[in-house]
Design a protein around this ligand. Structure first.
Ligand SMILES: [Zn+2]
Length: 721
């Protein structure tokens, strides 16, 4: 198993929201009730600290203000009553945070919204027959939700399980249709064989239950689950009477589904944290431990053991099985629930196996505009003026390969800054290499290995010339849900065909099939030692030809991805992407010590009021942020000096650099969203600024920071790369 290291994971889910003013079924309630509501909360609570610090220091340096120029930071965004040394994020953006519209997601996401709109318009007007087929169905207003749900249920045809073996059997059948509840067998890159494998591991959540709970949407989510279960019951039993007894049972069933989703989430977090390898250089996959857990029930053969999964998924030597302790614990939990064929547990799994595909496909269900009073109206009326935009956005998330194929030309056209980006990357590689040559804490052996890895790192910028050309087909006369059922199954089959291919043969294949290139993101992939800057980051909105300072700020993202190759996890992989130690023991010890210092520096920040940040969980991303800003700043200084800038003029320019860096993470995150963010491997937006500037000597100098909440003594400013 492997993972991408992206510059922004969790927020990507919310990006869909801004693109279309519409989101997945499961997030829909959150959008209306929470995003807006939470944003209001935010004004009153989250950033009160921006005001509290007001003491209007007289000696505070002012930003350079070239009259009439748009390329410099908007001073109206700043809150100069905040001392930069107390809270640089609020200093740079405090007024914007207090006064901007409550749904303003800031610079990056507003830029992304523009691109997403252009791609959607391109798709809607496409002459490609498959696109036209889908667009026709997007616009079909005659579909009935009940009929479409019945179509899903008929296709899944889940049989009521009598025991754990039946449950597993149904899971395997759903896998073939492209759905992965409870246990998944998605095709993924695999470290040991360095090839595509069917990796049997945790299943996919239907809804992000934990996020919903963190965002205060528990009751809305439970209501939605109840509504979906009621639809299922009504379809299966048209004479269903909604009695008090039924409602009572329904509430219990809904809670049980919620618990199952929470468990899945909990283990997903545990697993991702174990892969992040903190602190330092623990193995990316846990070493195979004894089958202690799996065989604890002596004499009782349970399907939910590695052996049981191997037999049920019938993948032979084509598969890898997650043999981590965490996964075994998860299986043990399922076994414990299903032990003795407990009727409630069997009912819960039966409910969940029918609920999950409906929930996953919910985003493609029609919205009954006159549904008030209907028991199965588990979505609210769509706010967007055009539902087709919503369906397109859902398609890009569900079947990214198809969306990539159908929008490739437009994405290429929008990547106007592709050359600029590539040039910046190459310049940063040079600067990084110069630093590696001078670093005093590396032995020559480690230094040389690091330099080799850096030299061999591949850069993929914008969209590739071709994406994987596997064919999708759709039957005439389909409804949209029939389309999606076909596409999900085809998508699964296409992925399975990749099994056995070596990763280095096509380093972008995983991107082609699993990520929409239109998403506003960038990745480092340790297993191919390659980084990928997606088109949104080299379009004119984020890499504007006429705005040099913004280009350097966004260039930080490029340096960030490069540094992922050398963070606490990426540094475990060699120049060819193999999991191999290239560190001397002494260097490794120093490296881990530096990581621990960085963890401590982030632990002193707050994730949200009253909650200390988790420097351990966010270590890889903080390391990448630190490297990214170091590289972008070094490039900036080099180019400004080359232009002949010096003295106060250069210092002004440096202030602009740091203020633009704050702009990069401009976003109005509510307290609830900050709480949801707390589970992410990235620091929250504000801390991505607050944490990094305190490591930069020049920041202290140009902003005249000599004390304050953020102040770190010079000798304690961690220097890594
Ligand atoms: Zn990252």
């Amino acid at each position: 198993m492997w993972k991408y290291f992206s510059h922004s994971n969790l927020f990507r889910n919310f990006a869909v929201l801004f693109e279309t003013k519409q989101i997945f079924l499961t997030f829909y309630i959150m959008q209306k009730k929470l995003w807006m509501g939470a944003a209001i909360l935010f004004c009153g609570l989250t950033f009160t600290s921006c005001i509290d610090n007001a003491d209007n220091p007289a000696d505070q340096p002012q930003p350079f203000d070239p009259k009439g120029s748009e390329k410099f930071i908007n001073e109206a965004w700043m809150d100069k009553n905040v001392k930069p040394g107390d809270d640089f994020y609020c200093y740079a953006l405090g007024t914007w945070l207090k006064t901007s519209p409550e749904d303003d997601a800031g610079f990056q996401y507003n830029a992304n919204t523009k691109q997403a709109k252009a791609l959607c318009e391109y798709f809607m007007a496409s002459s490609n027959p498959l696109a036209q087929h889908l667009v026709k169905n997007f616009k079909d207003t005659k579909r009935k939700k009940m009929d479409e749900v019945k179509t899903i249920l008929d296709r899944m045809n889940i049989q009521k399980p009598k025991n754990a073996a039946d449950v597993l059997n149904e899971i395997v059948r759903l896998r073939d249709k492209g759905f992965y509840p409870i246990i998944g067998s998605a095709v993924d890159g695999e470290n040991n064989t360095h090839s595509f494998r069917a990796v049997v591991t945790l299943g996919q959540q239907a809804s992000s239950a934990k996020s919903a709970i963190d965002m205060g949407a528990t009751s809305a989510l439970k209501k939605m689950i109840e509504n979906i279960l009621t639809v299922i019951d009504e379809i299966e039993n048209p004479d269903l009477k909604i009695t008090d007894e039924y409602v009572k049972q329904l509430m219990t069933r809904s809670e049980n589904i919620l618990k199952l989703e929470q468990k899945l989430f909990e283990y997903t977090v545990k697993q991702s944290e174990s892969v992040i390898a903190v602190p330092g250089l623990s193995p990316a996959r846990e070493t195979v431990e004894s089958n202690r857990i799996a065989t604890r029930r002596a004499g009782e053969v349970s399907p939910f053991t590695l052996e049981g999964l191997k037999a049920a998924f019938n993948l032979g030597d084509k598969a890898s099985f997650n043999d981590s302790k965490i996964f075994k614990e998860y299986l043990e939990g399922i076994n414990a629930q299903l032990a003795g064929n407990d009727a409630t547990a069997l009912q819960t799994f039966y409910d969940y196996l029918r609920y999950q595909p409906i929930c996953v496909l919910g985003t493609f269900l029609p919205v009954d505009k006159n549904a008030s009073g209907d028991d199965y109206s588990y979505t609210e009326e769509v706010e967007t003026p055009d539902e087709t935009i919503h369906y397109f956005s859902s398609l890009t998330s569900s079947i990214p390969l198809l969306a990539n194929q159908l929008t490739l030309e437009k994405m290429r056209e929008l990547s106007t800054g592709k050359e600029t980006c590539t040039t910046m990357l190459e310049e940063m590689r040079k600067l990084f290499d110069e630093r590696l040559q001078k670093l005093d804490w590396l032995s020559d052996a480690t230094r040389q290995a690091a330099r080799t890895k850096l030299q061999k790192m591949q850069f993929f910028v914008g969209v590739p010339d071709h994406v994987y050309d596997a064919q999708f087909t759709l039957d005439e006369g389909n409804t949209l849900i029939q389309d999606m059922l076909q596409l999900y199954a085809q998508n699964h089959a296409i992925k399975e065909k990749l099994i056995g291919k070596k990763l280095e043969e096509s380093p972008l294949l995983m991107m082609d099939i699993s990520e929409w290139y239109g998403v506003h993101n960038a990745y480092y992939n340790p297993v191919t030692n390659s980084l990928n800057i997606l088109p949104a980051f080299c379009g004119d909105n984020l890499l504007p030809a006429n705005d040099e300072y913004t280009r350097y700020a966004v260039g930080m993202v490029f340096g960030h991805e490069m540094t992922h190759g050398f963070d606490s996890s990426g540094s475990n992989y060699d120049e060819n992407g193999y999991y191999r130690n290239w560190w001397t023991d002494a260097d490794k010890t120093t490296f881990v010590d530096k990581q621990n210092q960085l963890i401590a520096l982030y632990n002193r920040l707050e994730a949200y009021p009253g909650q200390p940040a988790n420097g351990t969980r966010t270590l890889t991303e903080n390391m990448a942020d630190y490297g990214g800003v170091e590289l972008a700043y070094a490039l900036f200084l080099k180019n400004m000096t080359a232009k002949g800038m010096s003295g106060e003029e250069l210092d002004h320019a440096c202030r602009e650099f740091f203020l633009h860096y704050a702009k990069l993470w401009q976003a109005k995150l509510s307290l609830d969203m900050l709480k949801a963010y707390y589970n992410d491997v990235h620091s929250c937006h504000g801390n991505r600024i607050r944490g990094i500037v305190t490591l930069m000597d020049d920041w202290y100098r140009v902003f005249n920071v000599k004390d304050g909440k953020l102040f770190v003594e010079p000798e304690k400013r961690v220097k890594i790369w």
